[in-house]
Ligand binder design. Structure first.
Ligand code: FAD
Length: 556
């Protein structure tokens, strides 16, 4: 292997650039064909949609990073190696150019045929999928691609665009105006002035001035090639853990599945720096990695995903169901899974996001209690979840400051919890009190609060704050199409009362299935569902289970 082959930490070049054994090459050849090519022939063109994959039998292929006036070899494929990276599964444009370095003999296979082969052949699927994921991570690490973002690290829009690209696994180069004074030439070349920033130079020549996520999606062609007219077996709204799990199970069980996501795959879990309590990952896994793997897995089974597509409603009057988008109807399906999650209410503190996951937490589990052993912590909120967190954290923390905006817990918390709080010597209840500031560097170091009656302020060294001020379900977009509880979480299965079903004019002789809403064939899974335990594992479980009932509805 040539020295140009990159290596990721924790991965070996053999995994990123594996050599297929003769038996596997023969398996690919059964569905492909032999092609002899001259030196210097372009097999994959930069910025074009992928249609073919090549396995080198003899010869050598160069993989180029392309800039507007240059190309640079970033990898080399020798005998037994195959072309492609994650764009092969997603059907998105190629980020590199591939050319023969010498006269070569190749196996050529159509992209769709390869994807079907991977679904049927588990050993090949492991080799290709691992290599494709690792290659994409390497492209991201090296900024190989066709995107240049010019902005300031202190700008919210720059942060939004960076987050959107990162969470959609899109490599980009970042030019930081605060650090690199020498960007005027670049700005002049594209006739950009400071007031247009941040600017995204897309596909090396399209200049987007402070683009919306939709504009970026459209420029990068994320959703190109997805047929929006076609009637699907299952449309999943939301690509968090619940939606992605439903996509993996649905597609792997032969359903025609489309996922709609308003932002990027991964949902809330995608924002978690490390999930330590998800089964099978003893050393934890970042939300981004979990989502990335799940997304690739769903695509391997043939599920499709529309990015930056915000569902605004369901036409619940007719079947098959039609979704609504910004006043228009489109995308029809026999069944729907609503997996739009919830948003934790956020403390109104300016720099909150800086400390989310590194001092500000939305759940108090064993992990956090171990982490906070012998330290002072803050719990904010007056409901039962805040009470449970305070009592639980008091077992290990030195002191728990419990901050409540109202003047007592009586109206919002169960009596038994209030008594436990009163009986815990290391819980200090501070009523009429609000958090006013958070401070720290790469981790939370101090919290400031103020008593709204006395106006007295206090600042303490605190490294963990538990924000328990409730979650708001993302169900408003359904415009009352399905029955919800008082807080707006969607009711399903046996939680639907006779009155709920009468009001919804439930038309069937059977009762709603587990996870089925008051609308037949429409399911709700994950955090958006009433009674759901707000955890990655339960979201994944519900998404998976719902698919078995989707089959039953389709068979009715
Ligand atoms: C910072 C943080 C850390 C966490 N850490 C842990 C942990 O360590 N362990 C654990 O078990 N749990 C953790 N959780 C909780 C866990 O992430 C959630 O329970 C889980 O993500 C819920 O999955 P979901 O798929 O139901 O919803 P979500 O993850 O909320 O995903 C919903 C998706 O739907 C999309 N969407 C919403 N509305 C629309 C619409 N109208 N049209 C299209 N798309 C839409 C959203 O953009 C989002 O991507 C954490 C949560 C946060 C915020």
């Amino acid at each position: 292997m040539e020295s140009t082959q990159p290596q990721l930490p924790g991965s070996s070049p053999d995994e990123m650039f594996p050599v297929l054994v003769p038996e596997h090459q023969a398996r690919v050849l059964e569905q492909g064909r032999i092609r002899k090519v001259m030196s210097g022939e372009t097999l994959v063109e930069f910025n074009q949609l992928p249609t073919k994959v090549f396995v080198v039998v003899e010869g050598k292929l160069d993989v180029f990073r392309v800039t507007d006036d240059n190309e640079e070899v970033v990898a080399v494929f020798g005998p037994g190696m195959f072309t492609g990276e994650l764009n092969l599964l997603s059907g998105r444009r190629s980020l590199t150019r591939i050319r023969t370095a010498v006269p070569s003999e190749l196996i050529e296979i159509d992209r769709e045929v390869l994807i079907s082969l991977l679904q049927a052949h588990s050993a090949l699927s492991d080799i290709f999928l691992r290599a494709y994921i690792l290659r994409r991570l390497e492209l991201i690490a090296r900024g190989v691609g066709d995107l240049i973002l010019i902005g300031s690290s202190h700008s919210l829009d720059t942060f939004r665009i960076k987050e959107f690209l990162t969470r959609n696994y899109q490599p980009y180069s970042f030019v930081d105006l605060d650090r690199e004074g020498d960007v005027q030439d670049l700005l002049d070349r594209f006739q950009v002035t400071i007031k247009h920033l941040p600017v995204l130079i897309c596909r090396l020549n399209v200049v987007l001035r402070n683009p919306t996520n939709e504009e970026i999606t459209s420029c990068l062609g994320f959703n190109d090639g997805i047929d929006e007219e076609h009637l699907r077996d299952l449309i999943i709204v939301g690509a968090g853990p619940a939606g992605l799990a439903a996509a993996v199970y649905g597609a792997s069980e032969g359903l025609d599945v489309l996922v709609i996501e308003s932002n990027a795959p991964g949902g809330q879990a995608g924002t978690s720096s490390k999930i330590e309590n998800y089964l099978g990952f003893p050393t934890g896994i970042s939300g981004q990695a979990l989502a990335g793997n799940a997304y690739a897995q769903a695509q391997k089974f043939g599920a499709q995903l529309l990015i930056s597509k915000n569902a605004r409603g369901i036409n619940c009057e007719r079947r098959p169901y039609m979704l609504k988008f910004d006043g228009q109807e489109g995308l029809s399906a026999r069944t729907i899974a609503i997996a739009t999650g919830a948003q934790y209410r956020k403390l109104p503190v300016e720099n909150l996001s800086q400390f989310e996951g590194v001092g500000v937490y939305y759940g108090a589990t064993h992990l956090e209690s171990q982490m906070c052993g012998g330290k002072d912590v803050v719990v904010v909120g007056g409901g039962n979840s805040a009470g449970q967190a305070a009592v639980f954290m008091a077992q290990t923390a030195r002191r728990v400051y419990m901050l409540v905006r109202s003047d007592s817990l009586a109206k919002t918390m169960s009596r038994y919890l209030i008594r436990r709080i009163e009986e815990s010597p290391n819980i200090t209840l501070l009523t009429n009190t609000e958090v006013t500031a958070l401070a720290g560097n790469d981790h939370l170091e101090s919290v400031e609060w103020r008593n709204n009656k006395t106006r007295e302020a206090e600042k303490r060294s605190i490294t963990a704050l538990f924000s328990m001020i409730g979650a708001v379900p993302n169900s408003g977009w359904l415009e009352g199409c399905v029955a919800c509880d008082a807080a707006g979480f969607i009711k399903t299965g046996s939680d639907l009362s006779t009155e709920d079903l009468e009001r919804a004019q439930w038309p069937l002789n059977r009762s709603p299935y587990l996870l089925e809403t008051s609308l037949p064939g429409v399911f709700a899974v994950g955090d958006v569902r009433a009674g759901n335990v707000k955890r990655v594992a339960s979201a994944v479980g519900e998404g998976s289970i719902a698919v078995s009932f989707v089959h039953q509805v389709l068979a009715e």
